[in-house]
Ligand binder design. Structure first.
Ligand SMILES: Nc1ncnc2c1ncn2[C@@H]1O[C@H](COP(=O)(O)OP(=O)(O)OP(=O)(O)O)[C@@H](O)[C@H]1O
Ligand SMILES: [Mg+2]
Length: 245
């Protein structure tokens, strides 16, 4: 019944990888783990001509769910690599927030803990009138913000955290993605300092750069081990929440 929402300072920051890492850790702790994404853009057709979300596929594997659950993990699959509001317009699909919410609630209800990945950044339009923050707000899910220790990202982290607060969302912490301890210099170290100082949020973990092999093989046990060593899963479990009525 518990859930954590995963947003980020931008698209391509690592929401899917971090969500999968969290799901793998939960799964290998023995929790019945759910994963969800309200809509996916940039989907590709499989040999049957069905649009498949690679994000949903990765999440499914990490959580140990059958690939047949694809459509329960992501209700809207869109071909254009654009925000769902625009990609759906191009496809002639009408996105209904109630459908996205109902799917999320079903996943939450059927699992002990669910990881819900957002789309793009926190204000990305799912429809013209319904943004990612509206989706997370209605689900009442505590959020983590995935950040990346590159120049300019502190600013994006502060704006994302403030925007979430203004809109009544509960952000519980930050997860730094792609952390390279050996290469971390003044820029990266100062990012860590200013993330916490300027957002007032704790860093809950730093996921290292993962090998392409690990990502391609969907080795959820190894991913879970790396996650446990680098992200405070006990704390994330204690911060998970949400109402699912
Ligand atoms: N820790 C990591 N180690 C290695 N590669 C990573 C890591 N995190 C992300 N990547 C790679 O960076 C790219 C973007 O990551 P990801 O798909 O998780 O971003 P996203 O925020 O979910 O993007 P979107 O907004 O499209 O959903 C992917 O190719 C992914 O494999
Ligand atoms: Mg993603």
């Amino acid at each position: 019944m518990l859930g954590i929402g995963v947003t980020a300072t931008d698209t391509e920051i690592g929401k899917t990888v971090v969500s999968g890492a969290l799901a793998a850790a939960m799964r290998h702790r023995g929790y019945k783990t759910g994963v969800y994404k309200p809509a996916a853009s940039g989907c590709v057709k499989n040999s049957d001509g069905k649009l498949i979300s690679t994000d949903a596929e990765f999440l499914l594997h990490c959580a140990g769910l059958n690939v047949e659950k694809h459509d329960q993990v992501v209700p809207y699959v869109l071909e254009a690599a654009l925000a769902p509001a625009e990609a759906s317009r191009l496809a002639g699909v009408k996105i209904d927030p109630c459908v996205m919410l109902a799917g999320a609630r079903e996943m939450l209800l059927g699992s002990q803990i669910s990881i819900v990945e957002g789309v793009g950044g926190i204000s990305a339009p799912l429809t013209d009138e319904y943004l990612v923050k509206d989706f997370f707000g209605e689900l009442k899910l505590p959020l983590v913000i995935v950040v990346k220790a590159v120049l300019g990202n502190v600013n994006h982290a502060v704006l994302t955290a403030e925007y979430a607060r203004i809109h009544g969302l509960k952000v519980v912490g930050l997860i730094v993605n792609g952390w390279d301890r050996k290469k971390a210099g003044a820029l990266e170290q100062s990012n860590l300092y200013y993330y916490e100082k300027l957002t007032g949020l704790p860093i809950l973990g730093k996921l290292p750069v993962l090998s392409q092999h690990l990502l391609d093989e969907f080795n959820s046990r190894e991913l879970a081990e790396i996650t446990e060593a680098n992200i405070d899963i006990d704390r994330i479990l204690s911060l998970a929440g949400g109402t699912v009525k």
